[in-house]
Design a protein around this ligand. Structure first.
Ligand code: ADP
Ligand code: MG
Length: 267
């Protein structure tokens, strides 16, 4: 295990790429879940990550957001180190405070929305605006309503989660993430828990975000969506990036047998 030290800010600033992962690896016990992943995401780029269950997609997103410590390599968000870096043979780590600061520019949306059940849609969106960003209730409400409007739910502001459909709940979760003004959004199978008839409304919100220039990494099994919205698709298997490229190339001319097999199971 390399030596780990706390790195004090200001951390290194690197080139203006929104997300960059350099050779990240991750093991859970003896299981190697990610093997030297190199990944670069430009500003306003939309990347969809596809791959079989257990291939490491969620772990990759979690490592990129440093919700999970990685064992090797480095991650930079908008040029800021998030996690570890090797310096002169030593492995240095960003301080907790710095982790919070850098992570604040990452918005995350998961399969399960985790809304507060006893708070309205609007309160779910404004909670962090008030508690983390220190906005007054009035300021937070104005901002929160704008976010709900963006996901088409302004008319549901006063509703509690139990009276919202799954699709509406996920849109509230997206509004909540957007309220923090992230520079990049990570989605981990945002529609996998939804009834089929509710998937479209959530994908439509994401399409709109993409059209508005949001930088996004989206783990999804929605191949039609990926084909339409992604600038680039990444196919993962067994903790590695097996293929990556524009969706037309990847979907129409898969090179590897593994991707061909994978696509066949989703057709
Ligand atoms: P995917 O999202 O592609 O389905 P995951 O990233 O969730 O894959 O998981 C990749 C592998 O890592 C799987 O074999 C999974 O069982 C394992 N794994 C994920 N999280 C943990 C954990 N916290 N502890 C141990 N093993 C884990
Ligand atoms: Mg997953």
């Amino acid at each position: 295990m390399p030596m780990v030290e706390t790195l004090s800010p200001p951390s290194l600033t690197r080139q203006k790429t929104m997300v960059e992962a350099q050779g990240i690896s991750k093991q859970f016990g003896n299981l190697e879940v990610l093997t030297t992943i190199d990944f670069r995401l430009a500003s306003s780029e939309v990347v969809c990550v596809i791959g079989p269950s257990g291939s490491g997609k969620s772990t990759l997103l979690r490592c990129l957001a440093f919700l999970e410590p990685y064992d090797h390599g480095s991650v930079y968000i908008d040029g800021q180190l998030l996690g570890y870096e090797d310096r002169g043979g030593k492995r240095v780590r960003t301080s907790e405070k710095r982790v919070d600061q850098v992570r604040a520019s990452v918005g995350m949306v998961f399969q399960h929305f985790n809304l507060w059940p006893h708070r309205t849609a609007l309160e779910n969106v404004t909670e962090a605006l008030r508690l983390v960003n220190g906005l007054s209730r009035r300021e937070a409400d104005v901002e929160g309503m704008a976010m709900l409007e963006q996901v088409g739910l302004a008319d549901r502001a006063g509703h509690f989660p139990e009276s919202l459909s799954g699709g509406q709940k996920q849109r509230v979760a997206i509004a909540r993430a957007l309220a923090m003004k992230p520079r990049v959004m990570f989605f981990d199978e945002p529609t996998s828990a939804l009834d089929p008839e509710l998937v479209g409304e959530v994908l439509d919100v994401m399409k709109k975000l993409a059209a508005d220039g949001m930088t996004m990494v989206i783990v999804t099994h929605e191949m039609g969506f990926a084909a339409k919205v992604a600038d680039r698709v990444i196919f993962m298997d067994q903790g590695r990036v097996v293929e990556s490229g524009p969706p037309t190339t990847l979907f129409r001319q898969p090179k590897s047998e593994r991707l061909q097999q994978f696509l066949n199971t989703w057709r």
